[in-house]
Ligand binder design. Structure first.
Ligand SMILES: Nc1ncnc2c1ncn2[C@@H]1O[C@H](COP(=O)(O)OP(=O)(O)OP(=O)(O)O)[C@@H](O)[C@H]1O
Ligand SMILES: [Mg+2]
Length: 453
């Protein structure tokens, strides 16, 4: 005899629950759950799949946020019903960015909910930023049920919640900002987004100590996670997508913080290169490929005679420190340049964090350049992965990196041979190399050439 399993199904939305509840977990209607029975492990007959070919893209029409850099990081605009979490350090400009980002789609509006600031504070900021307040409604509220209720009543195109750490639900006894509250409130906002098509932008705080109130626990619940970062003291802000169900992860957007709010930086490659009148030793330009575009960044190296016995320091900011140690070993073995009695410091200008091996060769040439006080000409691009056998390995997006440099007036590249473009690039010479020793020789040769303007 087969056992029967009891479950409960909502008569309104069809959501099911293993136990009876007063409120439906799906549509939140009251007293709609009804008992159903079906044999354990059996097919209830109520779920149906669909042919993928018959499923259209539906309402996946992206709306612009009015900020092209933000649109790009989102994968081309804000998707209706998407839930996006934007994290960042205190005071970096999260509220500013999202107040500026008002969705302009078919006359529908933005609902900006703040649990951190009074309506007057928001108005003050909007005035300072010169934002047209038309179409933006504001609410100072922290109870998630009220926020969801108002959003459903108003049905804006976009709901901003500043911040997710301040909202709470009365159904849980724990304090706002605790993990349970964060999970439950976010779950309610996600359900709102999915059933109503309202795009939800959540602001989250990240704390230096990695406290539980950080948005990391929420990352799997939302569609996209963006981090807003900057180098200490810098006016530039980098918006980075670390997860995106609707676009490329690792995409970068660059803004500059001004009196009038976040201004987009159209040509980010130019700002990550420091402007020297003369080429300096220890500075090499490389191209990283972030998300959908190449970005030129400057790697600076400083070598200094090590003081201690046998414990030379290796410090890398913006690059992986372990990888630096490995690269220096390859440099010694295959390039004949020893650094065991030198402290080696590396820095990526502008606060960019490089996670790809394409910057290997540039890191080593910068180190050698500092060590031998021999500048690499400022118009030279360097990229390529360095293998432990001293070989220079090709990387993805080689041609895009070279074209970006050529666009900005670069004249030479030292690059993996397989990455040399087949068709010549105007006013640009690409030196393909197979080994580290070859790359060092080309760098020396370029350094000794008179600079042609
Ligand atoms: N009157 C002003 N003129 C120019 N810049 C200002 C002015 N007031 C604030 N700012 C800038 O705005 C920044 C704060 O921006 P914003 O409030 O958007 O940051 P936030 O990330 O939301 O911060 P929090 O984590 O505190 O909510 C400040 O660091 C400051 O640089
Ligand atoms: Mg804020």
């Amino acid at each position: 005899m087969s056992k029967t399993k009891i479950s409960y199904r909502c008569s309104e939305c069809g959501a099911s629950s293993p136990k009876w509840q007063g409120q439906c977990p799906g549509c939140e209607a009251w007293n709609t759950l009804q008992r159903t029975t079906n044999p354990t492990g059996g097919y209830s007959g109520e779920v149906q799949g669909r042919q993928l070919a018959d499923v259209g893209e539906g309402a996946l029409v992206r709306g612009s946020t009015g900020l092209a850099e933000l649109d790009r990081v989102l994968g081309g605009g804000l998707v209706p019903g998407a839930v996006v979490l934007i994290g960042g350090d205190p005071g970096i400009g999260k509220s500013t960015l999202l107040l500026q980002a008002s969705v302009e789609s078919a006359g529908r509006r933005t609902l900006y909910v703040s649990g951190e600031e009074s309506l007057e504070q928001i108005a003050l900021r909007a005035n300072r930023l010169g934002i047209n307040p038309q179409g933006i409604s504001v609410l100072s509220e922290t109870r998630v049920e009220d926020i969801v209720g108002l959003a459903e009543a108003q049905c804006p195109a976009c709901l901003v919640v500043d911040s997710v750490q301040t909202v709470y639900t009365e159904s849980l006894p724990s304090a706002p900002g605790s993990v349970n509250q964060l999970r439950e409130c976010t779950a309610q906002l996600v359900r709102l987004a999915k059933r109503s098509g309202i795009a939800v932008l959540l602001i989250g705080h990240v704390t230096k100590t990695g406290s539980i109130a950080g948005p990391r626990v929420l990352e799997h619940m939302v569609d996209a996670v963006l981090y807003f970062e900057s180098e200490a003291g810098s006016r530039y802000r980098i918006l980075r997508a670390v997860k995106n169900r609707f676009g490329a992860a690792n995409e970068l957007g660059v803004f500059v913080m001004t009196e009038a709010g976040m201004r987009e930086v159209r040509n980010p490659s130019a700002i990550f290169l420091s402007q020297y009148p003369q080429p300096v030793a220890g500075s090499v330009i490389t191209a990283v490929h972030q998300g959908s575009r190449p970005l030129l960044v400057e790697i600076q190296a400083l070598t200094d005679r090590s003081g201690g016995a046998g414990s030379a320091r290796r410090l890398a900011v913006g690059l992986d420190q372990n990888r630096l140690a490995l690269l220096l070993a390859a440099l010694h073995r295959h390039g004949g340049v020893a650094t065991y009695d030198e402290d080696v410091f590396l820095n990526v200008v502008g606060g960019v964090k490089i996670t790809e091996t394409a910057a290997d060769l540039a890191a080593l040439l910068a180190t050698v350049s500092s060590l031998q006080v021999e500048p690499v000409p400022a118009t030279t691009l360097v990229f390529g992965e360095v293998g432990l056998a001293g070989e220079i390995r090709p990387v993805a997006w080689g041609e895009e990196r070279i074209r970006e440099a050529a666009k900005l007036g670069f004249r030479h590249a030292i690059a993996p041979r397989a990455n040399v473009p087949r068709a010549p690039v105007d006013n640009f010479q690409c030196h393909g190399v197979d080994t580290l020793a070859e790359a060092l020789a080309i760098a020396r040769q370029l350094a000794s050439q008179p600079v042609v303007a």
